[in-house]
Design a protein around this ligand. Structure first.
Ligand code: ADP
Length: 509
């Protein structure tokens, strides 16, 4: 059973590999094919080129050779009046005819062919095959040859070359400057020679070329395989290096400097790794901060409770005092948890904003009304200046968190008899919510960190005033969610000014 599963797995693996190769998803397969094609196609063309070229040249040469020989024989024919005397049985004529017949015989044997001499009546007067003598030949080539057009024809299928050669009688009449040369076609030689030797040579050449081609193809195949492997090796190295990081063997940046492309891939990966490390570090820091912040009130409560338990007769007043302290620590713990939940919720629901058209003036009035008791307690005067009525598309809950945090901070980090001024203004695109105070201000070196979670300039002051260090982190998240911006200017001992700028119409991502 187990074996069966193994065999099935093996075949599935092979099937997958073949499928991948067929679809050419593998770069190595593509390179292999390209190199193979670039190497093999010219080889094949070269073979056909060589053989075809040889055939053409060999036929041409054979035709020239035979034509020359035939022309010489033609001159003999004219000189001996072969065509005129072909019926004569005069002994001297017969002997010169025999000489020419022998010449024709030698030529036809030499080229393994047949020569026919045809006179102007289209009658065959000599045939080296002795088959057509006395017959009349009416063929297009012969007639055209009488008209002065020589024809050659190569039939590779049946392996012969046919050519017609005119027998020209050139006569000179008159003398001196009046000499006139006339030429007359008296007969035609119809020759067909075998091209078997050319074909045999060609076949030999073909065989040899094929052999060379096969050897070349094998070399190219091996080369293509080798090159495809070597060229894709750096990519495999990139994968190996990434896998090592993934498996946790290494945490270092990787480096595969073989190609510009691998350098780019590796750079991108290293940057991703860096970002992930930074994220991991910030998460760890956040967890550490949360634990620390949550532990502090717990430690205070434990100290308070322990000291009560340790004393046998604790006066009721001391009990009450310690219990009140414990209650305030519980409140603090609660606040931290509430803020943390708000922050986490903000991260989680980054996409889920509940946008409605909100009257910002009314919202500000409502928030200030809620915070006035705190301001009274701190003896801080809160002023609201609305430059124009503002209605904007915002998430009302998140926007009230922004406003509450800023105004609450301005009251909390203020001095007795100080003031807080809230100004609401708008242009055609954005509205601005400005909170200015006459408070303690923020030191310049701390300005860059105030939006970080749990960051507080003066820890004890912040704790006294119930701060968790999460307020501005929540505020900034909410502002960014509305595609807005938050800026701060502050001077230690003089006061701070926070300006929030939010688009009037919500821009979704
Ligand atoms: P907290 O809960 O401590 O107020 P926040 O995130 O709201 O935390 O603020 C971070 C720190 O920035 C505060 O601890 C405080 O030191 C400083 N800060 C914020 N607003 C003001 C302000 N208006 N004036 C002076 N300091 C401020």
């Amino acid at each position: 059973m187990k074996e069966k599963v193994e065999i099935k797995k093996f075949f599935l693996k092979i099937f997958e590999k073949v499928k991948r190769l067929i679809l050419l998803r593998s770069l190595r397969a593509r390179l292999f094919l390209i190199i193979l094609l670039v190497g093999v196609v010219p080889c094949i063309f070269m073979r056909y080129g060589i053989v075809d070229n040889y055939e053409e040249k060999a036929v041409e040469r054979r035709i020239t050779e035979v034509s020359n020989e035939l022309m010489i024989i033609g001159n003999h024919l004219i000189a001996n009046n072969y065509l005129g005397d072909y019926l004569s049985d005069d002994a001297s004529v017969m002997s010169s005819r025999k000489v020419i017949d022998a010449e024709l015989e030698i030529l036809s044997n030499l080229y393994d062919g047949r020569i026919m001499i045809i006179n102007s009546n289209l009658k065959v007067i000599t045939d080296t095959y002795d088959l057509s003598e006395g017959k009349t030949i009416i063929s297009e080539e012969v007639i055209r040859c009488f008209q002065g057009v020589n024809a050659t024809h190569y039939d590779p299928e049946h392996g012969y070359i046919e050519l017609t050669t005119p027998i020209i009688n050139t006569a000179t009449t008159g003398n001196g400057t009046n000499a006139e040369v006339t030429s007359r076609i008296e007969g035609v030689m119809l020759t067909s020679i075998s091209s078997a030797s050319i074909v045999a040579m060609m076949e030999e050449l073909h065989r040899n070329a094929l052999l060379v081609e096969m050897v070349l193809i094998i070399i190219i195949l091996a080369l293509a395989f080798f090159l495809a492997n070597v060229l894709t090796r750096p990519l495999a190295r990139v994968t190996d290096a990434i896998n090592e990081v993934k498996a946790g063997y290494s945490n270092e940046s990787i480096s595969v400097p073989d190609y510009v492309e691998t350098i780019h891939i590796v750079d991108a990966f290293n940057q991703l790794l860096k970002r992930m490390k930074a994220l991991d570090d910030s998460r760890q820091e956040f967890v550490a901060n949360v634990s620390h912040e949550l532990k502090t009130p717990m430690t205070s409560m434990k100290v308070l409770a322990d000291s009560l338990v340790a004393q046998p007769d604790v006066p009721v007043e001391l009990y009450r005092e310690f219990m009140e302290d414990i209650v305030s620590e519980i409140d603090r713990e609660n606040r931290i948890i509430t803020d943390l939940l708000a922050l986490v919720k903000m991260d989680k629901t980054a996409q889920e904003v509940n946008i409605t058209s909100v009257n910002i003036n009314d919202l500000t009035e409502m928030i200030l009304k809620r915070l006035r008791p705190l301001a009274r307690k701190k003896e801080v005067e809160v002023v609201f200046e609305s430059i124009r009525p503002v209605v904007a598309e915002v998430d009302e809950v998140k926007m009230s968190l922004v406003m509450t945090n800023l105004v609450e901070n301005a009251i909390k980090y203020n001095t007795a008899h100080g003031w807080v001024k809230v100004v609401l203004d708008a242009d055609h695109q954005y509205f601005t919510f400005e909170v200015r105070d006459s408070g303690v201000g923020i030191p310049e070196e701390s300005l860059a960190y105030i939006y970080e979670r749990f960051y507080r300039v003066d820890k004890s002051h912040s704790r006294e005033s119930g701060g968790t260090g999460l307020g501005l982190a929540i505020t900034r998240n909410a502002v960014l969610m509305h595609r807005g911006s938050i800026t701060v200017t502050s001077k230690e001992g003089e006061g701070s000014c926070f300006v929030v700028k939010i688009p009037l119409t919500y821009i979704s991502a």
